[in-house]
Every structure is written in structure tokens, then in C-alpha cells.
Design a protein around this ligand. Structure first.
Ligand code: MN
Ligand code: MN
Length: 318
């Protein structure tokens, strides 16, 4: 594990995989906490109230405490906990454990829950099915926003990543654009975590857009809604236009609309690119302490899970 955790990137820099993984997870929470203040506002409303919105101050339509996160982060934590629990129980990547974790999350009265997520969780409660039929209304960004733990737990194993990422997605969202977003952004995250340099990153992004042309973000249409196509375009535009973590996240959240989710996803990618050690102190210190602790614990455990020697697959008894 120690040898594998230290990987030189394409430019020969040595960074730790763990630092990048933790940077991604903390970046997600930072973007969520920062963006939630201006969620559902227009850029014009944001400018009138905040100038450029750049501090974690809470508030917003959810009336959050400063540093409080929303469903993007708390559903990710639920997914991460389910993946770790599955490993501990000898039921690796068991979708039912993930669905159960979403139910427990929902019963814990989360600060917010998207309509499509709620409908999927209620369907599972009603009939136990782990996915609904394909549905035109399922192209929201709810499955994309929480897929980070699936990517961390499957570093170096694209087949496992695709399986787990889509299984967790289909519990609530069953739509080809949601699937393409989950896979495309997840594979980009894997590339960044592996230390891909700028050229390799843009090659990955080119593949992503070629596979699903709806995600084309040049020229950028400027929409940042909860429609997964708008979300992916906004995230990729902010991620590729700005090099620094702060600049990326500020650019995304000041577009308003689904600002916590675009902030979370660009924070995830930019946090993986810069690593946890380079995250802005003033934002990290504002983040809810309990969330910070859970993220730190999960990031190391999920990376360890991914790097552990593959165990024999347990034979089902029943
Ligand atoms: Mn949210
Ligand atoms: Mn949102």
C-alpha cells in the first residue's frame, strides 16, 4: 500500500494518491458548502448581493450554518459508508447495502433531498427493486453528485468502477445522460487521481465529449441547472478554464442555479488536481468539523479498499 500510494505523475512529480483523493473529497464538500449559499439564484442576483461570492458563510434558501453541507456531500458519505460496510461484511460493492444507506440517509431528515432521489428511495422501500425503469425525468444530476466514493473505492479498476457507479446511480436515476455523466466525470476523476498531466486530462475530456456530444462545452452555453447536461458543461468549463482550485470553484458557484452541485463537482476535480495540502485554509477551517472528520476517515479507508489485494470472491451460501 505504501509503495502504491506514492505515484509519480506524467511530469514526474511525486504526489501521494491519498493526498489527491482527500483533496477530491474535501473539495466536494467545500464546493457544496460555498455554492449552497447561492443555489437557485441567478448570476445577476448573486452579483447584487455578494459582488463575487467567495466566502463560506452559510445561509441560502436552506438557511445553512456556515460550513454546513447539503445532500451532495451527505449522500456521498452515505454511499462511502455503504461501500466500506460491504467490504467489512464480505459483501463487496453490494447494491442493496447502498440502497439501505440511502434509506437511512433519507430517514435521518437530510437538509434537502431532490425529487428524483426521493422517488427512487421510496420505490426501493415499496418494492425492494434496486433500479427503476428508464425514465425521461431521470436526467437530473443527483446520481452524478454523489459518485465520488464509487470512484475512490475502485481506483485502478475501471470495470468495477463502471459497475458500482451505475448501480448506485440506478437506485434513483435511470437515464443514459445521467449514466454517461457518471462514467465520464468518474473516469476523468480517476485520470486526475492517477496524476494525469494537462495533456492527458484534456485527452480524457475529449473522449468524454466524443462519447456524449451533448456534453460539449465549447462554446459554453452558460447554463448551470440541475439538468445533468448543464451540470457537466458548467463543471468542465470551470475546470478547464481555471488552473487553481479557488478560481475553478468560484467561477462555477457564481453562475448560481444548481450552484452547490456544480461547486461540489468542480471542487472534487480541482481538489484531486491540487491535492488536500493545497486547499485554501480559510475554506477548510470553515467546513463543519464532523463532516471534515468523516471525509478524512472515508478517504483513507476507500483508497485502502481500492489498493488492497483482490480477495477471492465469496461464494453465496443461499
Ligand atoms: Mn445540494
Ligand atoms: Mn444542488
Amino acid at each position: 500500500m505504501t509503495e502504491l500510494a506514492v505515484l509519480p505523475d506524467r511530469e514526474g512529480r511525486v504526489g501521494t494518491l491519498f493526498d489527491r483523493a482527500l483533496g477530491a473529497y474535501l473539495g466536494l464538500a467545500i464546493g457544496d458548502a460555498l455554492g449552497a449559499t447561492v443555489e437557485f439564484m441567478t448570476p445577476r442576483e448573486i452579483a447584487a448581493r455578494h459582488g463575487v461570492h467567495r466566502e463560506i458563510v452559510g445561509g441560502g434558501w436552506l438557511q445553512l450554518a456556515p460550513g454546513q453541507v447539503t445532500d451532495d456531500t451527505t449522500m456521498s458519505l452515505a454511499l462511502g459508508a455503504a461501500l466500506l460496510r460491504g467490504e467489512a461484511l464480505g459483501r463487496p460493492f453490494d447494491t442493496q447495502l447502498i440502497a439501505d444507506a440511502f434509506v437511512a440517509w433519507w430517514r435521518g431528515r437530510p437538509v434537502d433531498c431532490g425529487h428524483t432521489c426521493r422517488r427512487g428511495i421510496q420505490r426501493y422501500l415499496l418494492d425492494g427493486s434496486l433500479e427503476g425503469p428508464p425514465h425521461d425525468g431521470d436526467a437530473g444530476n443527483g446520481a452524478l453528485m454523489r459518485m465520488l466514493p464509487a470512484a475512490l473505492a475502485t481506483i485502478g479498476d475501471d470495470e468495477a468502477f463502471a459497475r458500482v457507479a451505475i448501480a448506485q446511480a440506478h437506485i434513483t436515476h435511470h437515464h443514459p445522460l445521467s449514466d454517461a455523466a457518471v462514467l465520464g466525470i468518474g473516469r476523468l476523476l480517476h485520470a486526475v487521481l492517477a496524476g494525469a498531466g494537462e495533456a492527458a486530462q484534456s485527452e480524457t475530456i475529449t473522449h468524454l465529449v466524443a462519447a456524449q456530444p451533448a456534453f460539449r462545452f465549447e462554446p459554453y452555453a452558460g447554463r448551470a441547472s440541475g439538468y445533468v447536461v448543464d451540470t457537466v458543461q458548467t463543471v468542465l468549463h470551470a475546470f478547464t478554464t481555471h488552473a487553481g482550485f479557488e478560481d475553478c470553484v468560484i467561477a462555477a458557484v457564481n453562475r448560481g442555479d444548481d450552484a452547490d452541485t456544480t461547486g461540489a463537482l468542480v471542487g472534487m476535480l480541482a481538489g484531486a488536481r491540487c491535492g488536500a495540502r493545497a486547499l485554501p485554509r480559510r475554506w477548510l477551517s470553515r467546513l463543519n468539523r464532523e463532516v471534515l472528520q468523516q471525509i478524512t476517515d472515508q478517504a483513507s479507508a476507500l483508497v485502502a479498499l481500492a489498493l488492497a489485494p483482490r480477495r477471492a470472491i465469496p461464494i453465496p451460501i443461499d
